[in-house]
Every structure is written in C-alpha cells, then in structure tokens.
Design a binder for this molecule. Sequence first.
Ligand code: ZN
Ligand code: ZN
Length: 252
Amino acid sequence: MEIIGDFHTHTIYSSGFLIKGMHAKSTIEENVKSAYEKGLRTIVISEHGPSHYLYGVRKKNLKQIRDEVNRLNEIYSKKGLTVLMGLESNIIGLNGQIDVDENIIDMLDILLMGFHYGSTPKSIGEGVNLYFKSQISKISGCKLDEITDMITQSYISAIRNYPVDIITHPGAKVKLDILKLAKEAEKRDVALEINSRHGNLNLEDLKLLRNTNVKFYINSDAHKAEEVGDFKLGMETFLSSGLNKKRVINAI
Ligand SMILES: [Zn+2]
Ligand SMILES: [Zn+2]
C-alpha cells in the first residue's frame, strides 16, 4: 500500500496575528517541492481557518495563496504533481457553523474541517457550550455522553450544511461518537482523516468502523516541508486495523 497524495499541509500562512513562520514553518513552494521530491501526485495546501487567532489564515492572504497555488500547479502538474488549495476550517458553533463563507469556499479546490481550541466562537454563549463543555469532556469522567452527543451533532450539522470533503483528525481534540459521525459522513461522501501528526482516527476508531463503508484519507498534517508525505503513524494504524486499502482515497 502506498499513499500518493498529501491532502493536509500547512505553510507560513497559518500564522494568525503572529509573525509568519512561527506556527508552520515553510512556504507553499517548499511544501510543493518536498511533495515532488517524495514522488507524490497530489499536494493540498490547507491553512487553518481564519477564526483561529494564533494559527488562522488571514482572509486578506487567501487571494495570494490561490495565485501561488495556481502558479505552482502550472509548473508541477506537467511533472505529475497536482497542487490544490484547501482550507482546514474550524467548527465555531453548536449548530455546525464553520468559519468560512461561500466566497471563501468558492476559492477552494477542497474543504477540510476540524475542531481546534483557540478559534473565536460565533457567540459567547455558543463558545462556552462548544469549547468549555468539550474541554470538560476531556478532563472529567462524568456525564460525558451528553456532551459527546452535542459535539458529534455539531459535526453532523456542519457536514449537512457545508460541502466538506474531509473531517480532519476526528477525536483528536474533542471526544466524538465516531460511529455516528462516520455513518453520516458515508451518506454524504465525506471522508474521515487518519492524521499522522495527531494519531486520530486511532486503531480503536478504525475497528469500530469495520461495518461501515466510510472512506479515509491518510495525511501528514505537515507544519514544515520535511514533514510533507510523512504518513508513518497513519499507515501503521491503518495496516493494524485490517481494513481494506480501497477505503483509503489517497492510496494505491
Ligand atoms: Zn488540525
Ligand atoms: Zn492541520
């Protein structure tokens, strides 16, 4: 089994109000070059969504990113590497709102979505619900079911309301009902990520999904060029699960 595309990589544009390069280290061109050298056929540049004040892309930079992706795709597609623009949007509300609007979605080739602490919630009330309660769900042992259900439902609403292609690292930062989410994702042709940086989905999750047909991507979530195409953890996890490799969209 070989992974031939990395659909989740960050560059210096994932910097929020910080100086470029403080969160993710490399330029778009450096990520693309690394993907080419590693023999990949697809690379997606997927910055953090704009609501994340530490890591998020600045809206004013989106056009620049689009132009740079187009420029590099022009050069590298002739050599067998397709360069795409994605975005790792953030869930910002319990009704499944995410931090990109139609105008931004129209600029993208692919839409990713995940949960990250530190993105500005849509309202204080929702912020408290989504962020505070989900935080509690990680540290306390009681009444988790209700909170997990609520968060899972917000993911489900998000994939019903937006053209999400990939849910990034499900369960990494917040507990989810993976099976329930996977069933809805399968219906809507949304893939779940096996993220090699965070280790989610994990082996336990994959075993739970044996009787579904939900599809996966194994991605690096690279934050520097050297990490592009590093699928080690994701591959190991997937191979241990015994699932059919045909379920991994970016594998041959
Ligand atoms: Zn992420
Ligand atoms: Zn990421």
